[in-house]
Design a protein around this ligand. Structure first.
Ligand code: ADQ
Length: 470
């Protein structure tokens, strides 16, 4: 079995992969340790051109090499802050209204992909299989192929793939899909995302799609599949329980004075539906006075991408809404919304989930949403909380024990909160069991292993086939 090469925009540090880092880092690192290999990507640092060109920096941890490079300010602005996060991210999340398109940023995006690919080539061995992650790196395989690389290359998209009419908003949409066709295997979070890709291929690229997900387009043939990213539910359950008697949980409990608790945790991102969520909670207090003073919403949302303008706006909007709602419904001893702009230790978060009666997860669009899965896994099976989940989270396709909501329907969300707050124990337990069974069936190991098994089963190219496979 050849080594595994993982490429992602950011590389977790060796310490992060062992501590309480999020699911992805742990899942990918597990596979790297088993097969041996390299994790390659951006270090997260913005550096001078000399330093950037000197990379990659190599750090060895057992059979795994962490290989990172810095980006120059221009590369960071065009590739990361520009085309990745101000064009691809909003459009792929159906927020064309927040997207911009600049040709020089797109050129920078392709240039950085080619530059990164060139750096990786030197680290490759003939039997390696290469797994590329996410929207920052769509042209990566094409760049590797043009350097003559014939290894198997797979791509997993962590975010939604938009319907063709939405994708057309990005002027070089055809080039992007053509770049995707250079992979041997394309993985999506849900059948809806895979279907959207197939629709583009058949309607706009004169390609064909067969029943088993094989796509032929742009003179190439590739495989597509659905691989639902998951968590390790039993580990989360165990850690959440272990942490439940810690100081932070006791303090929270004491401060709630018997009130019900609704928990929400997200990166501070406009795709997560935070403003809509706050308004639905406000509606609950407005329409059902009996809940005033008796239920608290804790929203944990650490800022991300704060140098992208749309992220500054969502932060301001949310601060305004939290202040307004709290001004309206607070008492001397009661604050309805506790809004915390902080990163939390993962196991601490899980123990807070376990204390709550509702997990309120309402993105406007989300590839999967691991918080929803973590919430379920962290519950006490003897007295589980209820997951209130947006139909637009990829996780909604799996978690049929959740109370599903449309985040654009404030009254519907408010009614769902009412229902969840009053749900009897036996109904909560039934829903929890259904959700836990789904999490165990498709855990993080299944996601990783099935993607890698499918990638390994792709027939290997002969040299000379680098530019496009038949
Ligand atoms: P994200 O958009 O970041 O991921 P999500 O899937 O919810 O969304 O993952 C967030 C992770 O960060 C979770 O593990 C969560 O516990 C953690 N986290 C969030 N807020 C935190 C806080 N305040 N402190 C500490 N940890 C926090 C992208 C896609 C998703 C897809 C994932 C994985 O947007 O749709 O599910 O990748 O593929």
């Amino acid at each position: 079995m050849g080594r595994l090469i993982v490429v992602s925009n950011r590389v977790a540090t060796p310490t992060e992969t062992k501590g309480s880092a999020g699911g992805l880092a742990v899942g990918v690192f597990g596979a790297l340790k088993d097969a041996g290999g390299v994790w390659f990507g951006w270090s997260g640092d913005v550096v001078s051109e000399t330093v950037a060109n000197a990379g990659p920096m190599l750090e060895q941890d057992g059979a795994v090499t962490f290989a990172t490079v810095g980006l120059t300010r221009k590369d960071y602005d065009q590739y990361y802050r520009g085309f990745s996060n101000a064009t691809l991210w909003p459009v792929f999340h159906y927020r064309n209204d927040l997207a911009r398109y600049e040709r020089d940023e797109y050129a920078g995006y392709r240039r950085v992909n080619a530059w990164l690919a060139h750096k990786l080539v030197k680290l490759l061995e003939p039997d390696d299989i290469i797994w590329i992650h996410d929207y920052h790196l769509i042209p990566f395989a094409e760049a590797l192929r043009s350097e003559g690389v014939t290894n198997r290359i797979g791509f997993f998209l962590h975010i939604p793939f938009p319907a063709p009419q939405i994708l057309l908003n990005i002027p070089p949409h055809e080039e992007l899909v053509k770049s995707l066709s250079c992979y041997d295997l394309l993985g999506f979070q849900t059948a809806t995302d895979q279907q959207a890709f197939h629709d583009y291929v058949t309607r706009h690229a004169r390609g064909t799609v067969s029943a088993d997900g094989i796509v032929e387009a742009f003179g190439r043939k590739l495989r597509t599949g659905v691989y639902r990213i998951g968590v390790f539910p039993d580990e989360i359950a165990e850690q959440a329980k272990r942490y439940e008697s810690r100081q932070h949980v006791l303090e929270l409990k004491q401060s709630l004075e018997g009130r019900k608790l609704i928990m929400s945790v997200d990166r501070l991102d406009y795709s997560k539906g935070l403003v809509e969520r706050f308004r639905a909670f406000e509606l609950l207090l407005e329409r059902s006075p009996e809940w005033r003073g008796n239920v608290t919403l804790v929203q944990i949302a650490p800022p991300t991408r704060s140098d992208v303008a749309t992220y500054q706006k969502i932060r301001q909007d949310l601060e305004y809404e939290a202040g307004r709602i709290n001004g309206r419904y607070s008492g001397l001893d009661y604050t309805p919304i506790r809004y915390l702009n902080q990163q939390y230790d993962r196991w601490k978060l899980m123990s807070l989930f376990r204390e709550s009666q509702i997990g309120f997860v309402t993105p406007l669009h989300d590839g999967m949403n691991l918080v929803a899965k973590e919430y379920v896994a962290a519950q006490n099976p003897d007295d589980p909380g209820v997951l209130v989940l947006s139909i637009f989270a990829g996780a909604a396709a799996e978690l049929s024990g959740a109370v599903l909501v449309n985040p654009h329907d404030a009254i519907g969300m408010c009614e769902a909160l009412q229902r969840a707050l009053q749900m009897p124990l036996d109904a909560r337990q039934r829903r929890h069991e259904i959700n836990m069974a789904a999490l165990r069936e498709d855990d993080l190991g299944v996601w990783r292993d099935s993607f890698l098994r499918d990638l390994r089963s792709v027939p290997v190219r002969r040299s000379g086939e680098g530019g496009g496979h038949k």
